[in-house]
Design a binder for this molecule. Structure first.
Ligand SMILES: [Ca+2]
Ligand SMILES: [Ca+2]
Ligand SMILES: [Cu+2]
Length: 352
């Protein structure tokens, strides 16, 4: 009945109770490149150019899915300086009338075995418990709230007042894709995203260096205290934060780490696949694993493929999830939206 919570720290779209027993060595870019970039015009406002290059992707020091460290080369691209904000997303909705995934009631055919009263439009909202709970049971802090979507981030009665410059949340994969298409942009691959997040600091633990809080300074919106019941908000924010509240990385990019997780186009696999022809070479513009391999092996009855999320969120806490690092990654079913997942876009210089 209850899904194998131990296997995952993010819930499926229709949560427990409703689920489905049966069916269910980088160098800084050469100066010439930097100068060319400064001259080149951004394809859209608010984008930063990242010159192509090689880097060490992944980490051998943390979670198994980040392994192995391997050499990757990506072509140059432009990337949004910040995650897409509520203000920006509103322009898209007003221009197109697009309806997000969280606003559409789940189709019973997609969720066999789900309880009918659970098949209503909604999204997962982080709802902290009053006291310490079993950290293997995400249903203790994730609530599928009917009527929650990007414009009502905490459900009916909530609004975006004061959140205009915060990242948009409750975004399923296809919503991010639709926005990118409308904006004339694309979503990044995991390699592009990680290369950008590292900001030129190859092999560093964090997007800003090797120390989590240099000189006691918080460099990203994460979680301090005992997750999920105690949030000391030593970094200033309990939930999402305005997109430029913390310092940018070496490429001038904000919020790559923390605040909200960000969608990438790669299908998830439990380890990095090294596609380079020989160990000395770099994988060129890797595009991730096969869709078929992205399903959750802990929940064989649920056939929803999963994409790679990057960067961690305001819910990443030392006692629970230390994924506030460029190498960190997380599998997210494409139909799942939550109060801690958003996205940003890129524009590739070379189209292929
Ligand atoms: Ca925080
Ligand atoms: Ca982020
Ligand atoms: Cu986390």
């Amino acid at each position: 009945m209850v899904p194998a919570a131990r296997c995952r720290d993010n819930p499926p779209r229709v949560p427990a109770g409703a689920v489905m027993t049966e069916a269910i060595e980088h160098k800084s870019p050469p100066l010439a490149d930097v100068e060319a970039a400064a001259r080149a015009e951004a394809p859209h406002p608010g984008m930063v150019r990242v010159a192509g290059g090689a880097f060490l992707m992944g980490s051998d020091q943390h979670y198994p899915e980040e392994r192995p460290v391997h050499r990757v080369r990506v072509d140059g691209f432009w990337i949004d300086r910040t995650p897409v904000t509520n203000r920006e997303f509103r322009r898209f909705i007003e221009a197109t009338g697009y309806v997000t995934f969280a606003e559409i009631p789940p189709d019973p055919r997609d969720y066999p075995g789900a309880l009918p009263h659970m098949l209503k439009a909604g999204s997962l909202v982080f709802t902290p418990p009053q006291r310490a709970v079993d950290l293997s049971d995400w249903s203790q802090w994730w609530q599928f709230r009917f009527g929650a979507f990007w414009r009502r981030p905490y459900g009916p009665g909530s609004s975006l007042a004061g959140l205009e410059e915060h990242p948009v949340v409750h975004i399923a994969y296809r919503d991010a894709e639709a926005y990118a298409h409308w904006a004339g942009k694309a979503l990044p691959t995991e390699a592009e995203w990680e290369f950008a997040a590292r900001g030129g600091l190859d092999g560093a633990e964090f997007a800003w260096g090797d120390e989590f809080t240099p000189q006691e300074r918080h460099m990203a919106n994460t979680w301090q205290g005992d997750f999920p019941h105690e949030n000391t908000r030593a970094d200033g924010y309990a939930r999402t934060s305005p997109v430029m509240a913390y310092p940018p990385n070496g490429y001038g990019l904000y919020d790559m780490i923390g605040n909200v997780w960000e969608w990438t186009t790669d299908w998830y696999a439990a380890r990095h696949e090294v596609t380079a022809p020989a160990p000395c070479c770099a994988s060129e513009n890797p595009r991730g694993a096969a869709e078929d391999g992205s399903y959750d092996s802990c929940q064989p009855n649920i056939r929803i493929p999963r994409k790679v999320l990057k960067g961690g969120s305001h819910l990443c806490a030392p006692n629970y999830c230390r994924r506030y690092r460029p190498a960190a990654r997380h599998a997210e079913p494409i139909d799942t939206s939550t109060s801690h997942v958003g996205f940003r876009c890129i524009v590739r210089e070379r189209r292929d």
